[in-house]
Design a protein around this ligand. Structure first.
Ligand code: AMP
Length: 171
């Protein structure tokens, strides 16, 4: 079965006009979860990746599973005020106003090879800010990946020249 079959569209969540891509049927299925993580593992095995950097909160689900499957470490990127030790911060634009994300200052060493991961690429603001955090610490981004890409929002453009991969494309 295609992974798409486990993605549920929820109209008007969290607000009117948004079709929310709900991954809970996929992660609730032993087969779906394994297939999603295996697809990513097959792509990234042997690429020299040393850390998975993933974004709160759904990125953690796939990020931690993939890090375990690849035998590498996991770095959480979180909303402000959630990480306990010294952090670096990046802001990014929302439709109205700005938001920010943080990562621990000591999460990466310069030159470490990193895969940046989230569940969905929408406008790309969150992942672009995450990449700036990685680069600020000298991490080398091997690729940016999401399970789902909302192609019509062209979030790829925000990632500039960074290589990007999505498992499922929504057009
Ligand atoms: P972005 O606009 O790319 O910065 O997306 C911000 C975050 O919102 C991502 O981490 C996604 O998980 C989430 N997100 C945005 N749009 C959707 C959507 N239509 N369905 C599910 N998650 C979404």
């Amino acid at each position: 079965m295609g992974l798409e079959t486990w993605i549920r569209d929820v109209p008007d969540f969290p607000k009117k006009g948004i079709i929310f891509k709900d991954i809970t049927p996929l992660i609730g299925s032993a087969e779906g979860l394994r297939e999603a993580v295996e697809t990513l593992r097959r792509r990234y095995a042997g690429r020299g990746i040393e850390k998975i950097v993933a974004v709160e909160s759904r990125g953690f689900i796939f990020g931690a599973a993939l890090a375990y499957a690849l035998g590498v470490g996991f770095v959480p990127v979180r909303k402000p005020g959630k990480l306990p030790s010294a952090t670096i911060r990046e802001e990014y634009a929302l439709e109205y106003g700005t938001d920010a994300i943080e990562m621990h200052r000591d999460a990466l060493e310069p030159g470490q090879k990193v895969l940046v991961l989230d569940d969905v690429l929408a406008t790309g603001g969150t992942l672009a800010a995450t990449c700036r955090l990685v680069q600020a610490l000298g991490g080398e981004i091997v690729e940016v990946a999401t399970l789902i890409e909302l192609c019509f929002l062209n979030g790829r453009a925000k990632l500039g020249n960074l290589p990007y991969y999505s498992v499922i494309q929504v057009r």
